[in-house]
Every structure is written in structure tokens, then in C-alpha cells.
Design a protein around this ligand. Structure first.
Ligand code: NDP
Length: 353
């Protein structure tokens, strides 16, 4: 296949104030880069959209550097090598990498994983068998320390992380209660993912209404609260957590548009005394984690979860947006709960589908 002379990319045009707008992004066409010695050129098949990208749009200090203005947005990708001067990568190899919101990229191969397309569909390398999947696996097993018969609550329950957290916990004999936005997502959590119950946080008027519903769904209290969202859901769950409960602190998407990963995190109503007291008197173990610190578990995670998928013990759902130029709107929608399952952008055809 002839290699085009130009490629597309989406750059950060402005730092958002609150919710991102389309004008915070710019779609550009630029000349196709050429691989030098020890490099390869790849075309992007799948781009993953993830909540952490909102944090990268802000300048404030975080665990990773911000995307520069006029630089391509960061992101995990699944690509096909189309030209190679690298000894370890050949044309036709499928790779998982972090080439960002771009149709093509040149790489030296550092941190790039060659994929086996016979293991599972390629898109899963950025979903259930990729970064979000291992986040669920490590957050639950290493930090949640689940025990048969316990009760787990997880927010963003039908999303990339939450859907796997709940299914892995069910497989280990826990009672699983999800919190999700809307009836369709809640029905899916119960009927397809096998959760014991799922509550609609968007229908609940406030945290205390949601708490009443959660208390009814968790008659023995909550042993593990897998924290994906913060906000109203956190406020609702906190008083229900049992003595010696665990909170794997994974994310807080309800706050991301308020600059929650940076300076503005300190603003807002002061729940600090209440939260601190609850953690103390109940001896609750809160463990914040960033998944890249745990990538030594990747081989075991892929082995375990690909086996569960093959045996139909884990199912997954994807929300696919066609075309790189539509990535900004899809990302804005993701932060509003517009995705139903793992949000992907189909950038170019997947020859294995
Ligand atoms: P999802 O696929 O779950 O998509 C995001 C979902 O968040 C939306 O669909 C929406 O679901 C929910 N959401 C949005 N706004 C709110 C709100 N105000 N209150 C409650 N829920 C809301 O995303 P991921 O599974 O990829 O990520 C889930 C969480 O895990 C995020 O916080 C993310 O940052 C975090 N994460 C952390 C990692 C780490 O290393 N610590 C690694 C990967 C992810 P709904 O419609 O159900 O409300």
C-alpha cells in the first residue's frame, strides 16, 4: 500500500477553562514523517480516549507533564507498522504504543509492545486487555484485597475500568453494586455484567438520596469502595464503609473539569474533617495509585484476563467514534458520560475485523 504524503493530527490549541470546548483543539494536516535508521513508521488504527487526558490539558503540577500548546494530544494507540528501518519491528506488525491523537507516527520502538492479534481483537490492547484493564485488576486485587462474601461498590460502573472491576469481584464471590449514569447503563451492569445491583447517580437528586439507595443495596455495608468518580458518589458511599474497609483511589472524574488534578483541588466545600474522622474511626485503608507504577504485573494480568474473556467470564463493551477529526467531540462527551463502555476512535481500518 502506498504511503500517503500527508498525515492528520489533533493538537491542543488552548487550555480549557472548566469543560473543554471544540476550540481548545485543532485538527491539522502536516507532511508525513520519514523513519530514519533504527525507526519505524506506523499508521494508527485505534486511538484510546481516557479521562486522564483532561488533566494533561491543564498546566498545573501533576504526576505527568502537561501537553504543550500546539503539541499533539497524548494517547494510547494500536497501530500497524507500514515502513521499518528497525531490526525488531517489521512491516505488518501490530503494536500498542502511545503515539497520541495522530494518524501516523515515527518511533524508535521504546516502550512499544508487539501485539498478537490471535489473542483478542486488537482494540482490546487499549481497553480490557490494556491500560484500563490492568487498572481494574491491580486496583481491585493489590489495593482492594477482596475477600469472598464482601461487598464492593464501584462508580463509572459500565466504563472501561469499572466494568472489569465489578466482573473480577463477582468472579471472586463478592456482592457488587455499581453506580452509573442512566437506566440503560444500570440495566447493562446487572443483566450483562452480572452485578447484583446498579444505581443511577444522575437520577438521584443529591448525595443523601443516593446514600439511601446504596444503603438498601448494601445491607452488610461496604467493604471496598473502588473510587473512580469522587463527587456525589463518594459523599454517598463514605458513611457506609465498614470498619477495615478499603478504598483503592483510582480516579475522580466528577471533578476533572474543575481542575481537580491541580490547583483548584483545594477549593470547594470543606469535607476534610468529616472525611478524615471517618477514615480514622473506621480504620479505612485509602490507597491512591497510578497504574504505570504497576506495569510489572502486565504479563500476569494479560494471561488471567484473556483467559476469562475466552471462557466468557468477562465481557466488554466498546463505544466507537469514526475518524480522528471527531476525537475532540468524543472526548468532551466522555467527560459527560456520553460513552457506553471503552471509548475508542477508529482512525483507520482494522484489517483483523
Ligand atoms: P469510563 O470509560 O468509565 O468513562 C468515564 C465515565 O465517567 C463516564 O462514562 C461517566 O459514566 C463517568 N462520569 C462522568 N462524569 C461523572 C460524574 N460527575 N459523576 C460520576 N460519574 C461520572 O472511564 P475509565 O474507565 O477509563 O476511567 C474511570 C476512572 O478511572 C477515571 O476517573 C480515570 O481517571 C481513572 N483511571 C485511573 C487510572 C490510574 O492509574 N489511577 C488509570 C485509568 C483510569 P456514567 O455515565 O456512568 O456516569
Amino acid at each position: 500500500m502506498a504511503i500517503p504524503t500527508e498525515m492528520q493530527r489533533v493538537v491542543l490549541a488552548a487550555r480549557p477553562q472548566g469543560e473543554p470546548k471544540l476550540s481548545d483543539f485543532r485538527v491539522e494536516t502536516v507532511p508525513m514523517p520519514k523513519p530514519g535508521e533504527g525507526e519505524f513508521l506506523a499508521r494508527t488504527i485505534w486511538l484510546s480516549l481516557d479521562p486522564y487526558m483532561r488533566g494533561r490539558m491543564d498546566e498545573s503540577k501533576s504526576y505527568a507533564a502537561a501537553v504543550e500548546i500546539d503539541a499533539p494530544m497524548e494517547g494510547g494507540t494500536v497501530c500497524e507498522v507500514i515502513e521499518s528501518k528497525h531490526p525488531d519491528f517489521k512491516v505488518g506488525d501490530f503494536v500498542n504504543d502511545r503515539f497520541g491523537w495522530q494518524s501516523h507516527a515515527v518511533s524508535k520502538g521504546e516502550g512499544v509492545r508487539i501485539l498478537d492479534p490471535s489473542l483478542a481483537p486488537l482494540s482490546t490492547a487499549v481497553g480490557v486487555l490494556g491500560m484500563p484493564g490492568i487498572t481494574a485488576y491491580v486496583g481491585l486485587n493489590t489495593h482492594g484485597k477482596p475477600q469472598k462474601g464482601e461487598t464492593l461498590v464501584v462508580g463509572a460502573a459500565t466504563g472501561a475500568v469499572g466494568s472489569l472491576v465489578g466482573q473480577l469481584a463477582k468472579a471472586q464471590g463478592l456482592r457488587v453494586v455499581g453506580v452509573a449514569g442512566g437506566k440503560d447503563k444500570c440495566d447493562y451492569a446487572v443483566n450483562e455484567l452480572g452485578f447484583d445491583a446498579c444505581l443511577d447517580h444522575r437520577a438521584a437528586t443529591d448525595a443523601s438520596a443516593l446514600r439511601k439507595e446504596l444503603a438498601a443495596a448494601c445491607p452488610d455495608g461496604v467493604d471496598i469502595y473502588f473510587e473512580n468518580v469522587g463527587g456525589k458518589t463518594f459523599e454517598a458511599v463514605l458513611p457506609l464503609i465498614n470498619v477495615h474497609g478499603r478504598i483503592p483511589l483510582c480516579g475522580m472524574i466528577a471533578l476533572y473539569n474543575q481542575g481537580a488534578l491541580g490547583a483548584a483541588a483545594a477549593d470547594g466545600p470543606n469535607m476534610f474533617p468529616k472525611v478524615w474522622r471517618t477514615l480514622l474511626v473506621n480504620r479505612i485503608n485509602v490507597r491512591g495509585f497510578i497504574i504505570t507504577d504497576h506495569y510489572d504485573q502486565f504479563p500476569q494480568f494479560v494471561k488471567d484476563v484473556s483467559g476469562l474473556i475466552r471462557d466468557d467470564k468477562v465481557v466488554y463493551k466498546e463505544s466507537i467514534t469514526e475518524g480522528l477529526e471527531n476525537a475532540p467531540q468524543a472526548f468532551i462527551d466522555l467527560l459527560r458520560g456520553g460513552n457506553f463502555g471503552k471509548q475508542l476512535v477508529a482512525v483507520s481500518p482494522d484489517p483483523t475485523r
